[in-house]
Design a protein around this ligand. Structure first.
Ligand code: ZN
Length: 303
């Protein structure tokens, strides 16, 4: 439960949500520091080796009986440890610390001296990668080690190959430039709950096959999205953190330090939107706000 003191409130609570664990920490709040929301994704990695202990063998794209066979080789302990470490470090670096959620309704207020502040939410990401055989994981990821003669393998969100952390060309923009992507950061987006960039558009309705190529973007802007064929993050990719905050505000009691006053005049329509989307994603640091700043909808990007 939220405990509100005169200085700072002290929430540090974890919700075990279906796709990830979410920890909200307001211990760190002060005049310049927001609340921190950490999504933790626990992956268990499992080697796929050639059958019968052989040094090499074949494995089909997508692990499917009808997939094209590719030559694979047996993992060595050193290669396995290096692959896992690189996967975790680079996926975490990609998704960590990129979003701030603007606190539209003034939740989790606290005081610094006599001054009330309403924190925004800094979105953190932590990945734990361990052996599938031990511990509890949100997902188990199978990994094939491709032979040096192979440069492509059909992978999906729980079946990777040893090249999936490398940057490869996934598409071409309208000017003829290559669009590069490291497949694992896209797949981690899926594990966090994100879908392909063009889902919902006429050429990629949610009711159709959302893995069809059109779903990875038609316009350059969409192709370049990490949930398309590229590496770019967009504010909408903060949706997993917004999902977590919707859960936190359901289970936490309201701060007694501040309650946003009823909206008046032209603000009434905006308030309807605030209630629907109480935490609005931004990709630039947003400083904690004073009540008048929240009520005037002023974004504070420097303090
Ligand atoms: Zn995908």
């Amino acid at each position: 439960m939220i405990v509100v003191s005169e200085r700072v409130n002290t929430v540090k609570k974890t919700l075990n949500l279906p796709k990830f664990d979410a920890t909200l920490n307001t211990d760190v709040c002060d005049a310049r520091n927001n609340a921190e929301l950490t999504l933790k994704l626990k992956l268990g990695f499992r080697q796929i080796n050639p059958v019968g202990g052989a040094a090499s063998g074949m494995y089909n794209d997508y692990g499917s009986a009808t997939g094209t066979p590719r030559k694979i080789v047996k993992w060595t302990p050193g290669e396995w440890a290096a692959w896992k470490s690189n996967f975790v470090r680079s996926a975490q670096a990609f998704w960590h610390g990129k979003f701030w959620l603007v606190n539209q309704l003034g939740y989790f207020g606290y005081k610094v001296g006599a001054q009330i502040y309403l924190p925004n939410i800094w979105c953190r990401f932590e990945m734990v990668g361990s052996e599938a055989s031990s511990g509890v994981h949100h997902h188990v990821i199978d990994v094939v080690r491709l032979d040096v003669t192979e440069n492509w393998f059909g992978s999906h969100s729980t079946l990777y190959d040893s090249l999936d952390t490398r940057s490869v060309q996934k598409g071409t923009d309208s000017a003829g430039h290559a669009i590069m992507q490291r497949a694992h950061v896209h797949e981690v987006g899926h594990l966090l709950g994100l879908g392909h960039v063009d889902i919902g558009k006429a050429h990629c309705l949610a009711t159709t096959n959302t893995n069809a190529s059109a779903c990875y973007g038609i316009a350059d802007q969409d192709k370049n999205s990490v949930m398309g064929q590229g590496m770019q993050l967009r504010p909408e990719h903060a949706e997993p953190w917004m999902t977590a905050m919707r859960e936190f505000v359901k289970v936490e009691t309201k701060s007694t330090v501040y309650t946003i006053p009823p909206a008046t005049g032209l603000q009434i329509a905006l308030r309807v939107l605030d209630v629907l989307v109480p935490f609005v994603p931004k990709m630039q640091r947003q400083y904690p706000r004073k009540p008048a700043e929240v009520e005037a909808r002023t974004l504070i990007t420097a303090r």
